[in-house]
Write a protein that binds this ligand. Structure first.
Ligand SMILES: Cc1ncc(COP(=O)(O)O)c(C=O)c1O
Length: 410
């Protein structure tokens, strides 16, 4: 027994020695710290929903445990009506959405079974851990071989990666993208990337299909999501989308995830039906509590109504203000506000784990809740403090945060 414990202790010591040790932070709820940390971009987690939406919630027989997986006793009317709402919002017809217990589980489910024997898999290097881990569960490349990554958001890199897969004789390639990246705060040029991938596929004689993680994009910029906007704009992108993955733990302020099939029913095929059969996190896990499904339902309805748009408008204003004041702040040598981030996820790049930890501690001691992000979550040399601007942050709070960051170098 002791050798197991010794090697765990040695691993932790290693992390400690290079400032990458993770530990659970003190909960900031009920503290006086200003929230610049949570993914609750639109303040939905604390919203009292309008009465009509609450009435739905009151009418369900079970609000807590769902009592089984979707394939057993855990398939309730609340799950079905939420799926129907998501499907109709994103594809204009029901039957094209499938709930998962979290976004992580949705990615494990989709990436774990959609790529098959002989397929290539290509991903943006900044894709979320759940996409890479999901792929490892798949049978692509004979079972969890290396994913071919390309430089973050780089069209040429994506095209080159697809061509290389073709050069290795693959007939089909699954490409993983995010629509809005969780650490860089950069939105993807989804249409440009997809067009490039499809073109490269045609040249190399490979079929390309996209799985797009929309975790941070769901509800953030529009009531729906960036992928849905691209698909609806036309231009032939829809047919190349295998599925989108949404999560409800960020802008929606709840919990859970869903896979959306934009081509459901085409050639008699359905990604939803396929996942019901092959996605292990769905088949072998107790489904979401029905009460949570009702809450997600209400929040999605709200986000697609005028008050939801008002929240997004306030968020846009706060982000612009943050970029203005923090952009003009005097920071230490080599430290900079990350460029290219026009949404709620912002970052101050410190290029060093130790500095990121000290700076984050300093800012927290000043009453502003932020977090240092270090390797392996980001690449070595790209350490940062991640700052989330919310709809509910006041201008005074944003200015106060900026002054506190500047004071670190006084
Ligand atoms: C890009 C991305 N995808 C998926 C997930 C997982 O979603 P969830 O928190 O719902 O498990 C996260 C979580 O942070 C994420 O950032």
């Amino acid at each position: 027994m002791s050798s197991f414990r010794n090697r765990m202790a040695a691993s932790l010591l290693h992390r400690s020695s290079n400032s990458t040790l993770r530990s659970l932070p003190t909960p900031s709820t009920n503290s006086n710290m200003v929230d610049f940390l949570s993914n609750d971009y639109l303040g939905m987690s604390t919203l009292s929903l309008p009465q009509t939406i609450n009435d739905r919630h009151a009418n369900i027989s079970r609000t807590h445990g769902s009592t089984g997986s979707r394939l057993l006793s855990g398939n309730t009317p609340s799950h079905i009506s939420l799926e129907s709402l998501i499907s109709t919002l994103h594809t204009s017809s029901p039957g094209n959405a499938l709930l998962f217990n979290s976004g992580y589980a949705a990615n494990l489910g989709a990436f774990g079974c959609i790529p098959r024997d002989g397929d290539g898999v290509v991903m943006d290097e900044e894709c979320h851990n759940s996409m890479f881990t999901g792929y490892k569960l798949s049978r692509a490349r004979g079972g969890g071989g290396e994913v071919r990554t390309f430089k973050h958001n780089c069209r040429d890199g994506l095209g080159e990666a697809v061509r290389r897969e073709g050069g290795e004789g693959r007939a089909s390639v699954v490409v993983g993208l995010e629509s809005y990246y969780s650490m860089s705060g950069e939105a993807a040029d989804l249409r440009g990337l997809m067009e490039e991938g499809v073109k490269a596929g045609e040249e190399a004689g490979v079929e390309v299909g996209f799985i797009v993680d929309e975790a941070h994009g769901t509800g953030t910029f529009t009531g729906r999501s960036p992928l849905t906007e691209v698909v609806e704009e036309g231009g032939g992108m829809r047919e190349h989308v295998l599925c989108g993955v949404q999560t409800f733990g960020k802008s929606v302020g709840c919990h859970g995830g869903a896979v959306v099939d934009y081509n459901g029913g085409e050639n008699g095929s359905s990604v939803v039906e396929y996942l019901v059969n092959y996605a292990r996190p769905l088949v072998y896990s107790t489904s979401l509590p029905p009460g949570e499904c009702e809450r997600v339902f209400g929040c999605l309805e709200y986000l697609n109504s005028p008050p939801g748009e008002e929240r997004r408008e306030r968020l846009r204003g706060n982000v612009a203000y943050f970029r203005d004041v923090m952009g003009g702040a005097k920071l230490g040598e080599g430290v900079r506000v990350k460029g290219g981030a026009d949404g709620p996820i912002q970052a101050i790049m410190t290029s060093g784990a130790e500095l990121s930890v000290r700076l984050a501690e300093w800012v927290r001691e000043g009453g502003y809740d932020v977090m240092a992000i270090r390797a392996p979550t980001v690449k070595e040399g790209e350490e940062r403090i991640r700052i989330v601007v919310h709809e509910f942050n006041t201008r005074e709070e944003i200015l106060g945060l900026t002054r506190r960051v500047e004071a670190f170098w006084d």
